[in-house]
Design a protein. Structure first.
Length: 307
């Protein structure tokens, strides 16, 4: 198995020595999976942060093999979320080995990404139908991280940014921290959330049917879970109009609180982008522009953000 150079460099950057060890033993890991589950692993999909490839079991069944550096805590959250969702609106978890960072997943066919849909209104409505199947009211003993955990992580990171980070001034970060506190302290109902639902994490599963993949697994309110879709499939022109139209569709079809969508948009996008800059040393201009649009829309409809 020959892995793309860019993927290997990303694994090393994120996981350091453990990532390098994982890459050295990668072919042995593939051989273990093929023997353990009587499968033949095919060439991988386009890779980002984890390895994923189609595989064929001895009886001809198609599955997906997903491999993660075992030290990645996100892997544990993904497994837990998949168990809780139990195949409702999401690819089913068939088997896993936590210690080795292995997941065997249902193969979604034909598997075209939602990103191939050119009509943005249609794509947004599809996201609404998929995400509505996923949300489950949280139970008392849920092991998944919460939006309050995100707030704590953000605040701890802000203490390290004495001069701000990237396009964010120290004042902007402090204001976002206050907004985080306000939103978390006023949540009325907590749900199990996907945590990373966007146009590239939704696949076609038949005529007019779509299925989610790759959950992060989180606990929070529903308005938080729609923000990731504002960072993908962004147009080169009329971005503000597209963002506003997506918000209107989400609010109307999912019965969300519009102001909280806007506020979580500011908050979660700032958290995400500042974390990305901290890891990779570069900014994503589109996300910063989206944050500005959220702020402008909130000011227009509800006044300036002050908490």
């Amino acid at each position: 198995m020959i892995l793309p150079h860019q993927f290997m460099e990303k694994i090393k950057a994120v996981h350091k020595e453990k990532g390098e060890e994982w890459l050295r033993n990668f072919n042995s890991l593939i051989q273990y999976c093929e023997k353990r589950w009587s499968m033949r692993v095919m060439a991988p999909y386009q890779l980002s942060f984890n390895f994923a490839a189609p595989a064929i079991l001895n009886d001809g069944t198609k599955v997906v093999l997903k491999l993660v550096v075992p030290s990645d805590e996100q892997f544990l959250h993904e497994v837990e979320a998949l168990k809780l969702f139990n195949g409702n609106g999401i690819a089913r978890l068939i088997d896993y080995e936590l210690d080795m960072g292995i997941m065997i997943l249902e193969c979604i066919t034909p598997g075209e990404k939602l990103a191939t849909i050119q009509n943005d209104e249609q794509a947004t409505s599809i996201i609404c139908k998929v995400i509505e199947q996923l949300w489950i009211p949280v139970h008392a003993h849920c092991k998944l991280p919460t939006t309050s955990d995100k707030e704590l992580e953000f605040r701890n990171n802000c203490n390290k940014y004495s001069d701000g980070i990237g396009p964010f001034s120290k004042q902007m970060l402090l204001e976002t921290g206050a907004l985080f506190r306000h939103l978390n302290s006023t949540i009325k109902q907590q749900y199990i959330l996907h945590g990373d639902l966007h146009h590239y994490n939704i696949l076609s599963s038949g005529k007019d049917a779509w299925i989610a993949i790759d959950p992060h697994g989180m606990v929070g309110e529903r308005e938080y879970d729609v923000i990731q879709m504002f960072w993908t499939k962004l147009p080169s022109e009329n971005l503000s109009e597209v963002i506003e139209r997506r918000i209107n569709i989400l609010v109307n079809e999912l019965k969300l609180n519009e102001e909280r969508v806007l506020l979580w948009g500011i908050c979660h996008s700032t958290y995400n982008l500042s974390s990305y800059i901290q890891k990779y040393g570069e900014t994503i201009k589109d996300i910063f522009e989206v944050i500005t649009i959220f702020k402008n829309l909130h000011k227009l409809r509800y006044g300036s953000v002050q908490f």
